[in-house]
Write a protein that binds this ligand. Structure first.
Ligand code: ZN
Length: 439
């Protein structure tokens, strides 16, 4: 085994300091203790003055959108610029990229995720066909490219190919959505089967499934997809991101999006509902109590003017959330975590969204994030566990700010003041995939 002595490692509710970690040849944890192993020399232990937290899960990514970051920020005077005009720019981006370009953009993106402490990404994938809208010979061509990108970068990936069928509620797809479309549930399940094969060659690739949104798939087909799809995989979908979407849903389905989900799907722990920035108090309570998770993307939601998720109420009802970088306008998990909290402070004019500093914020995000990736078999699990892969973000305790922080404030200091410069490295399967000053 390879032994490290870290200054501190984060366990669920405390730091273990110092922390000796032994890593087996297959990258799993073989030893974890506050005291060193007695059967080896001290010189065989690598000392790292770092604070170790579990690697972050990025529960919502559209990799190709990294190719347009910053390109839709000039706004014409007098013209309405909102989510829907941004979406037009995104469609143009989606129509441009061939498979190799998607792979190149995704490889660069996934490397940047590692440089920010993410060790696993859920790729919410709907770029299924070629630029003309024709299926590729391998229907999962782009999905396979995304897996190649993840393998090249060294990040774990859960590929979530999603069903996209409509232009809007009850409307035929638009020409510029031609790369996304599966006409029927059978078409979608074939795509899912091909995607499953595409994940098989990379041991750190997994599969999820889902539908793009209520506006993109007929309601009956959503119900059928859930009922007939694999019951053991995480199910992802967008919902209730924009006010217009709420109005359209009420007009067409007679219900608000989350209200419709609650009434029509067997929501539970395997569901991951992305955004939910517009929910009534009743929807907030019922969604939390259903056991379903939300995926929050505060960087993108702020950039697109989506709205503010009702985190305080949702958390009070026991709701569970993960984070994602979505359009990748922000790639720093610490920034997204604190913006979840800061948005609540800005509307409540109070500071204490959570009484325990960053503990709940970090813990819930990690647990729901692992569920979003499909990597957990049980409800409550340790941050680090013998026999499990050693995936970690390591923060630099030589950094002036962190070197001053006592252990009782260390997690809050990292989350509320941390940026990429504090990260000394990221470890996946026991290997440093990124080390500051090395690349
Ligand atoms: Zn999205």
């Amino acid at each position: 085994m390879n032994y490290y002595k870290f200054t501190a490692i984060r366990l669920a509710d405390s730091w273990l300091s110092p922390a000796y970690v032994g890593i087996t040849a297959d990258g799993t944890i073989g030893y974890l203790s506050g005291t060193g192993p007695t059967d080896i020399e001290a010189t065989q232990v690598t000392t790292v003055n770092g604070a170790v937290v579990p690697g972050f899960q990025n529960a919502h990514s559209h990799a190709f959108q990294y190719g347009m970051v910053g390109a839709a920020e000039q706004h014409q005077h007098g013209a309405t610029d909102d989510f829907w005009s941004w979406r037009e720019a995104m469609y143009q981006c989606a129509l441009r990229f061939n498979p190799q370009q998607v792979q190149d953009v995704a490889t660069a993106l996934y490397r940047e995720m590692l440089r920010n402490g993410y060790t696993h990404v859920a790729e919410f994938h709907y770029l299924h066909h070629d630029e003309q809208g024709k299926p590729y010979d391998n229907p999962a061509e782009i999905g396979e490219r995304l897996i190649h990108a993840a393998a090249t970068a060294g990040i774990k990936i859960t590929l979530v190919p999603v069903f996209y069928q409509k232009g809007n509620f009850g409307q035929a797809p638009q020409e510029r959505q031609r790369r996304f479309i599966s006409k029927t549930t059978d078409d979608y399940f074939r795509l899912l089967e091909n995607s499953k094969q595409a994940t098989s060659w990379y041991k750190d690739a997994r599969l999820g499934y889902g539908v793009h949104s209520l506006r993109a798939v007929d309601g009956r087909d959503i119900i059928e997809t859930v009922a007939q799809g694999p019951q053991d995989l995480p199910f992802h979908l967008h919902a209730a991101e924009q006010l217009k979407e709420i109005g359209d849903s009420q007009s067409y389905l007679g219900k608000r999006p989350v209200e419709w989900l609650l009434d029509n799907l067997p929501l539970d722990r395997r569901f991951h509902v992305v955004h939910c920035t517009h929910m009534t108090e009743e929807e907030t309570r019922l969604l939390a109590q259903s056991g379903a998770n939300v995926v929050l993307c505060p960087g993108t939601e702020g950039n697109l003017g989506d709205g503010i998720f009702n985190l305080s109420s949702y958390a009070n009802h026991g709701g569970s959330w993960s984070i994602g970088t979505d359009s990748h306008i922000s790639l720093n998990p610490l920034e997204d975590l604190r913006w979840l909290d800061y948005a609540q402070r800005l509307i409540s004019h109070k500071r204490n969204t959570f009484a325990d500093g960053a503990v709940t914020l970090m813990d819930t995000t990690l647990q729901a994030g692992r569920r979003a990736m499909g990597t957990v078999e049980k409800e409550d699990f340790p941050y680090f566990e013998i026999g499990k892969p050693f995936d970690a973000a390591v923060y630099d305790l030589e950094h002036p700010m962190l070197s001053q922080a006592p252990l009782r404030h260390l997690l809050s200091t990292i989350v509320y003041a941390g940026g990429t410069s504090l990260l000394m490295g990221t470890i996946v399967n026991g290997q440093w995939t990124y080390q500051k000053n090395r690349f």
